[in-house]
Design a protein. Sequence first.
Length: 603
Amino acid sequence: MSSRRDRTGPRGWKLTAKVSWGCMVAGLILVVALSGRSLFVSPAGDDAADGSKARPWRTIAHAADASRPGDTISLGPGLYREEVLLKNSGLPGAPIRFVSEAQGAAVISGADPVSGWSRVAGDAPIYGADWKPVFAIDWVNGKPVESHPGDAPRWGRAEQAIADGRQLLPTLGLAGLRAEWSAHAGPEIPSPTKGQQIRFGGAFAVDTDAHKIYVWLLDGSDPGAHHMEAATRAQTFGVNGWQSRDGVHDVQVVGITFRYGASFPQRPVVNLFGKHNRVDRCVIEQMSGCGVSVCGELTQSVIRQCGQTGGSAIGDGFINRDDIWEDNCWKLIDRGWDAGGVKIAAYHNGVFEHCLFLRNGGPGLWLDVWDHDVRIANCAFVRNEGSGLFIEISHHIDVDHCVAMGNNGRFVGSPPSWSDGGIVLAESENCRIEHCLSVGNQDGISMREQGPRENDTDTGRIAFHNVGHVIVDNQCAENKGYAIALWYDNGFFGRHPGEMSRYPTEEAYMAALKASPDRVFDPLKQGFTIDRNQYSKTGGGPVALLGVPWRARHKEFADLASWSKATGFDLHSRFGVNGAATEAAKVVQSWGQQQLPSSIASR
């Protein structure tokens, strides 16, 4: 295996990596090619055959049931409409491997054809067909709960419909479908979040009481003249983490395309729950809810256009390397609940390395609640709806040699959320950000403080505040708000507007705080190192913030000299990085061309 990684920081404007893919594959095969068998599957095969190259089986599920440690199951090109629930595990050094014979040519789909369409009465060109599946996240008093979360009756549903390979936009019931048709203007239906490169071929709705599915195609045509599909499987590969206590281990999946699945948010269609598993060079795309979860490694893969989060490798010691998350989380589900290209919680000793997070709803990458000892290196966060990288209620997260560009555009047209930016630390401890470039975001690098945020951890219960961060040798250029901001929404900066009725004056409020010292939290006494960073901004306005604008004692700084004098931070910094936005775009483009397979580098 040969590789070269250049970790020069943004002063040299390099984020490069060259990997010999062939050597990586060869090395992997040498490791696992022990005494296992070679088994074969083909859409034209027969499960009554012997699984040889000459007489392959027809279903992957049959091969999975027959597998044992060390076996390699080769999947011939074609479409596999099935659910593969794994029962068998491999062993260290002898994994069970599922390998597409041609890269991406074996496609496992969670959808089946739908036929028997007839036009529904009325002016709208809506057609209906019989529909039996009911997807329930739970059952209450014998009735299905058909959305997750419960306050998202439209976007929390799991159904999915596809016309000629294009997803249809979900609506709520036949009335919602009629309303979508009536309100539509223009030649296409874009993503509801507006900023993503997803275009829907029409819209659909289901009525599980009437056992019907309804569709409206953009051109008003009869769906009977098109290739119509709808997802009939909530999971297509792996194990059900809610039914399996231990999951599977030492299972590897290589080169397979996974497409479509009637998944709820937080319920992945591809789920390798367990330990020591690996998904490599796969495409996971166009799932209704969450796309993938693998306990172990996710490498050289593309996760795109899933309705909720894309998903990732998880588990202690996880590895996400050389992956792309793009256009995920297009459903309008509460961004404060669960959103983004990736959201993980309560894992440690993991890495995100050489990954791209592009145009995802919510943050590009969200580490939330008790993630620790995680390294994020040589990653790019570009045009995500929320922050590029959001680290919340976590500790000892190291971020280096990353680019955050154009994040917090708020696709849906709402104003930016306070404290959002390229890279954000929220109520976290002892994190390090160095040699990163943050350009063209809402804020460049920011901290958010609204603690204490108490959580149980492996070292006891911690009341999380921002403490001990090191932010050095970064460049923050041409961000729309502040270059650097410490958004401290606590009593140290005076009354909150909601407390004015209780405390008629600032003096009365500050006197009352003496009895509650945990509410007086001075950001300048938390052991931060903020130094050797470079900032630039055109168009006027302050470059830095201390506090929050709605509390009277906050401070804004028009230049580095006043910022440094008041805080003691950035005594060795300088103001001005010419052409940073243009250079950042070149960095990301160069990174993609060198890092990613040629078929997806253009993204």
